[in-house]
Design a protein around this ligand. Sequence first.
Ligand SMILES: [Zn+2]
Length: 282
Amino acid sequence: MASRRRGATTRRAARRTMWSVMGFTHATSGTAAWLATTAALPALGTGILPLTPAGVLAGAMVAAGAALLPDADHSSATIAHSVPVLGRVVTDAIGDVSGGHRHGAHSLLATGLVTAGAVALGGWRAELPVVGDAPVGPAIATVALITFAVKARDLVRHWRTAWALGLLAAVLVLVYASDTSVWFPLAVGVGYAAHLVGDALTVGGIPGLLWPLRLRPPAWWRGTNVLNDVWKPNGYIALPLLGNAGSVREYVLAIALGLYCAYGLGEVALRAAGSVLASGLP
Ligand SMILES: [Zn+2]
């Protein structure tokens, strides 16, 4: 009896560790993808950038949080523990609507819907007492996203500390990066997509890109093991370079992404400090 209980506890602990590792990698991959995007966009001649350093830094935080969103379909995911009881209820509901973990919330359709929602939120502004005209929608979304991101990275022990940091980030957005119409939806879309890429690199894979249509491979395809790992008999697709979730390879990738983020964020922060100093000169 006691050993069965111990077994269950160990399994629970292992599951928790796996999810926190995945949360860490996802959050880091969101920020890394965002930094790479903002660095590359001016060269692509899109005309919508360069963003201000404040926009890049705010987007980095938002992208980290958005990269955790697809796992809101899983009740043991970071996001489920954000608000006692309610977090669990919401994740269960999202899991039900999207067909369970790694289904609809891990599809192009969901990426499009979430990004469209972020475009709408990005334009939601209101007149606030002290700051005046302010991006209320992005500020509210930032509170939630940063809170999840901070907790997923295990940067803080208590949820209330995570919420406090989320509020602080939202204030920074309101004051310093208030031109949200471009960077906010872009950061949400890039972060969300980075999560799907990350999951596609694990053995489990993601639903075919056309979900809710699920295309299954033809019979001749299923005869080969390697092909089956890439386009699975159940219609899922994967490029399982990382092996199973929580593998050593995933740790290595998470560290590499973390170093890239530190470099990218440091560079932008220096630019921000430089422009503040320059504007202070006569
Ligand atoms: Zn996922």
